[in-house]
Design a protein around this ligand. Structure first.
Ligand code: NAD
Ligand code: UDX
Length: 480
């Protein structure tokens, strides 16, 4: 029986290994993590993460050929294939701070493998890492290897949160990069064999190591670039009376462009896009390519601009102050169908409103109060560095309440901001909400989920990203 061990039981390691276990009954899969809380949750009825379809998969395999454990050393030493799926956040201090990825977790995982391995192993890079990381890892492994043969493969993960199980069941492609040596090619074949249990052969792409490592960063940069492009155009639409949804529809009908990933929004969030683009920017700088670095940095800058622009629109529309006013926030997760709040635009929007002394009341169907308070306390880039957490200033905490009901959150509010595109926000009884709000009642739709005309008929003053403004909003100057 082939044994797989995965280091890192997070959003990628957990679902990916669960699907490998389901599709490959002849393989034993153990997911290990340094976090006892995470492993305990994976072994309980309340899994660490919310992901549609995940619970079913885990229930079918857990205890059969899928295990979650904190006994890292034992399982690494017994495995034939070791996946490394640890977090690779942006560095907050030192060389490359604010851009380069922090590879501390990576290095410690590699050193652990070098220390405990007693037999030949294939080490698989699952985390998103800078191009050339495999070279550094090879150095760590071979310097301590006691004659053990290690092959390193790059097998980046392309799943999106909220659709992880579907993405893993039916991937657009699986990418495996390896050394162009007989040993490297043999390792590629071994991993290909695992995926062949359910992925059609023509969807498994094999490349050299550096192409695989770089392709992942580039794929995310291209996706994020589309959102920043459409978001930049949303500002021009508001200035001219064009409708960004119509413009995106027309542009996306061009088959060379395609319709996906063209939804204007309050900005992209999530643990990957900003981090990976900054990583790319840093690599370009290190390779003496400042123009290329500048080009990609712009994608992140437009994203920051879009969030600031939204906050300024809210404050300017509400008579240039939100001080003491109740603003309801509908949605805090970085996208629908996940409870993940890493780099969610809601953090910046809430901090911006708090900066103007608003009282905010937040409702999200999957995010806990604890998580929200922690997120609003953190400094930039601290979200994946738990040790740097600082307490929130007591005055700011008092300004934030979290509810488990959209009607409660909006009761008595002066304005509403929709920040996540949860389906349930389309079905709310907006007449009832309007009746319970202060007047004039404002609604700022950062995800274009509501029909602005219908809400205007009820009496709301509505702002939708990139859509024609009503008479009041048109005459309010907004400085971004
Ligand atoms: P995560 O923070 O959810 O999970 C990482 C886990 O690794 C944590 O539970 C942490 O405790 C554990 N860990 C850290 N160091 C360890 C060590 N030395 N030994 C054992 N466990 C250790 O992160 P994630 O979202 O799963 O992302 C993991 C990687 O995959 C990142 O590089 C990310 O960029 C990439 N990625 C993420 C996504 C996504 O949608 N989240 C998609 C594709 C790729
Ligand atoms: C992303 C990549 O899509 C995935 O391939 C990679 O492996 C991990 O990073 P994820 O962060 O889970 O996945 O979510 P994604 O669906 O890409 O959305 C990212 C952000 O962009 C979200 O905040 C989302 O709301 C926003 N978005 C997406 C838009 O604003 N408009 C769109 O049209 C699409």
């Amino acid at each position: 029986m082939v044994k797989i061990c995965c280091i890192g039981a997070g959003y990628v390691g957990g679902p990916t290994m669960a699907v490998i276990a389901l599709k490959c009954p002849s393989i034993e899969v153990v997911v290990v993590d340094i976090s006892v809380t995470r492993i305990t949750a994976w072994n309980s009825d309340k899994l660490t993460i919310y992901e549609p379809g995940l619970e079913d998969v885990v229930k079918k395999c857990r205890g059969v050929n899928l295990f979650f454990s904190t006994d890292t050393e034992k399982h690494i030493s017994e495995a034939d294939i070791v996946f490394v799926s640890v977090n690779t956040p942006t560095k907050t201090r030192g060389l490359g701070a604010g851009k380069a990825p922090d590879l501390t977790y990576w290095e410690s995982a590699a050193r652990m493998i070098a220390d405990v391995a007693k037999s030949d192993k294939i080490m698989v890079e699952k985390s998103t890492v800078p191009v050339k990381t495999a070279e550094a890892i090879e150095m760590i492994l071979t310097h301590n290897s006691k004659g053990i043969n290690f092959q390193i493969l790059s097998n980046p993960e392309f799943l999106s949160e909220g659709t992880a199980i579907q993405d893993l069941f039916y991937p657009d492609r699986v990418l495996i990069g390896g050394r162009e040596t007989p040993g490297g090619q043999k390792a590629i074949e071994t991993l290909k064999e695992v995926y062949s249990h359910w992925v059609p052969e023509d969807r498994i792409i094999t490349t050299n190591l550096w192409s695989a490592e770089l392709s992942k960063l580039v794929a995310n940069a291209f996706l994020a670039q589309r959102i920043s492009s459409v978001n930049a155009i949303s500002a021009l639409c508001e200035a001219t009376g064009a409708d960004v949804t119509e413009v995106a529809h027309v542009v996306g009908k061009n088959t060379r462009i395609g319709p996906k990933f063209l939804n204007a929004s309050v900005g992209f969030g999530g643990s990957c896009f900003q981090k990976d683009i900054l990583n790319l920017v840093y690599i370009c700088e290190c390779n003496g390519l400042p123009e290329v670095a500048h080009y990609w940095k712009q994608v992140v800058k437009i994203n920051d601009y879009q969030k600031t622009r939204f906050v300024n629109r809210v404050v300017a529309s509400m008579f240039n102050t939100v001080s003491g006013k109740k603003i309801a926030i509908l949605g805090f997760a970085f996208k629908k169908d996940t409870g993940d709040t890493r780099e969610t635009p809601a953090i910046d929007v809430c901090k911006g409103l708090l900066g103007d002394k608003a009282k905010i009341s937040i409702y999200d169907p999957q995010v806990t109060e604890d998580q929200i308070q922690r997120d609003l306390t953190m400094n930039k880039f601290d979200w994946d560095h738990p040790i740097h957490l600082q307490p929130m200033s007591p005055s700011a905490v008092k300004q934030v309440t979290v509810t488990w009901d959209a009607y409660e959150a909006t009761k008595g509010a002066h304005g509403i901001c929709i920040l996540t595109e949860w389906d349930e926000f389309k079905q709310l009884d907006y007449k009832k909400i309007y009746d319970n709000m202060q007047k004039p009642a404002f609604l700022f739709d950062g995800r274009n989920v509501v029909d602005p005309e219908k809400l205007r008929e009820i009496g709301f003053i509505v702002y939708s990203i990139g859509k024609p403004l009503n008479a009041w909003l048109k005459h309010i100057p907004v400085v971004a």
